[in-house]
Design a protein around this ligand. Structure first.
Ligand code: NAD
Length: 490
């Protein structure tokens, strides 16, 4: 049966003010999954008002850190209790293989727990020089946070946004992608069972133009946290300029995965495939540029090609599937246009590039894992984020060239180095202009460690101790310890 959802605004379930709904379909088979409200700026404004009232006049800001922490622990337990439903819904809504969705759900629960624990450890510094005065620092919530997330990790991105914001005592309006709103709405259902004061968390649905824009633009929002494409990030910045709201951005990447000739060869081959094709390549940190030392270039490409038939395509709920469908017909068009472009630019298509054949693929947005060899660093397929299963292989002569090629990008999200020489690994990592780096592995992400990009990959950091900083104001309190006043004009 097709499920009908409503938005969660001010502690109530609400339809869109326009009365419009949107059909949400499974990108793997076209099945109609649900109808959700097609919210617009008016719904966003109502949710912002609710969050504003909950912050300014509600009891939330005055709850103790311990109580906020316990609430996040309870939410983590509820997510674990609903893990099977959430993972399967995530697969149906965004196409990823079930094992990846199960990992995301577990990680989302852990994220709420991590920040639940951190809530009571938020403290400022104290200074007691000069002798006649003392200063200490209060860390306070920023206020109303507008949080806008993409379609590739719907539940996990919701956790990354809500957990630190709530731990710090903010109120939130979360807008999932219009393509993947279902697990965020189920999360709202779990939060509704927690007896949070009305308006502390609001979940609205609808497109970026309208609902999302209002979160970036509204003068009643104190902070906007955005994850999505770099072009949209620029619009968020200009929307946020009106009231100079605090802004954090997690944007795109064109991430280099560097393999030196002395690397563990088998591990590097598996690592390169995982880096490029996990989650269908729809990962901001995907290793979409494979930089390979010339002496092993040919052998490495051949070894990858030998393993490509094991990258099983199919609906994410089917056993053994390693790559699901892309998110939408429009996105598949975009990915395919880059595959055509790569061929026009003169890169050598060594595998994939097509839609898989067979009845099971007919109604989904599948694209085969695709590898281009002989890619020149100047080609657009080497420079632009494709956000799909398309890998560009680029050979390099020596360490200096590897570093130069790796950094030759407007992005700076992630990068990896494969070598048995740890001194070289560290030396190269230190030169890389990227916020997340790996040595002899690719993709591990920890709630305890910061996530975010250099250059046009974003502003600020999520996760870890750094992530909570994005949701805190800093107030200095200075106390005069002298009996006599210390500041007299005359
Ligand atoms: P997108 O920028 O199209 O959309 C992201 C969100 O922004 C959606 O909720 C959308 O509705 C909203 N939006 C769109 N236009 C808006 C506007 N004008 N004002 C306000 N909100 C607006 O991105 P996407 O296609 O959903 O996701 C893919 C992108 O996300 C990729 O570029 C990827 O690299 C990036 N991403 C980055 C990270 C990271 O941690 N750095 C993580 C995941 C995805």
């Amino acid at each position: 049966m097709v499920k009908e959802f409503q938005m969660w605004i001010g502690g109530r379930w609400a339809a869109a003010q326009s009365g419009q709904t949107r059909e949400v379909r499974d990108p793997g088979n076209g099945e109609l999954l649900a109808k959700v409200p097609e919210g617009d700026g008016r719904d966003a404004a109502a949710a912002i008002q609710a969050a504003r009232a909950a912050f300014d006049a509600g009891p939330w800001r005055k709850t103790t850190a311990q109580d906020r922490g316990k609430l996040l622990f309870r939410l983590a337990d509820k997510i674990r209790g609903a893990a099977k439903m959430l993972a399967e819904l995530e697969v149906r809504n965004c196409g990823k293989p079930l094992a990846e969705a199960e990992f995301d759900v577990a990680d989302a629960a852990n994220c709420f727990e991590f920040y639940g624990g951190l809530a009571s450890k938020i403290h400022g510094h104290t200074m007691s020089v000069p002798a006649n005065s003392m200063s200490f620092v209060l860390r306070e919530p920023i206020g109303v946070c507008g949080q806008i997330i993409p379609w590739n990790y719907p539940l996990l991105m919701a956790a990354w946004k809500l957990a630190p914001a709530l731990a710090a005592g903010n109120t939130c309006v979360l807008k999932p992608s219009e393509l993947t709103p279902l697990t965020a709405l189920e999360l709202a259902r779990l939060m509704a069972e927690l007896d949070l004061p009305p308006g502390v968390v609001n979940v609205i649905t609808g497109p970026g133009v309208g609902a999302g824009e209002e979160l970036a633009r509204s003068a009643l929002v104190d902070k906007v946290a955005f994850t999505g494409g770099t072009a949209t990030g620029r619009k968020i910045i200009s929307g946020a300029a009106g009231n100079i709201k605090k802004t954090s951005l997690e944007l795109g990447g064109k991430n280099p995965n560097i393999v030196f000739a002395d690397a563990d060869f088998a591990a590097a081959v598996d690592g390169a495939l995982f880096a490029a094709f996990a989650n269908q390549g729809e990962v901001c940190s995907a290793g979409s540029r494979l930089l390979v030392e010339e002496s092993i270039h040919k052998r490495l490409v051949e070894a990858m090609l030998a393993k490509i038939p094991n990258v099983k395509l199919g609906h994410g709920l089917k056993a053994g599937v390693k790559m699901g469908p892309l998110i939408s017909a429009a996105h598949r068009e975009k990915v395919e246009s880059y595959i055509r472009l790569g061929q026009e630019e003169g890169a050598r298509l060594v595998c994939g590039g097509k839609r898989p054949k067979g009845a099971e693929f007919d109604k989904g947005f599948f694209v085969e894992p695709t590898i281009f060899d002989g890619v020149k660093p100047s080609m657009r397929i080497a420079r632009e984020e494709i956000f799909g299963p398309v890998l560009a292989v680029i050979p390099f002569a020596d360490e200096a060239e590897a570093i130069r090629l790796a950094n030759d990008t407007e992005y700076g999200l992630a990068a990896a180095v494969w070598t048995k020489d740890i001194t070289r690994g560290l030396r190269v990592v230190r030169e890389l202009r990227a916020g997340i780096t790996w040595i002899n592995t690719y993709h591990p992400t920890y709630n305890e460690m910061p996530w975010g990009g250099y250059k046009q990959s974003g502003w600020g950091r999520e996760l870890g101790l750094y992530g909570i900083e994005e949701y805190l104001e800093t107030k200095q309190v200075n106390i005069n310890l002298d009996e006599a006043p210390t500041c007299q004009l005359i």
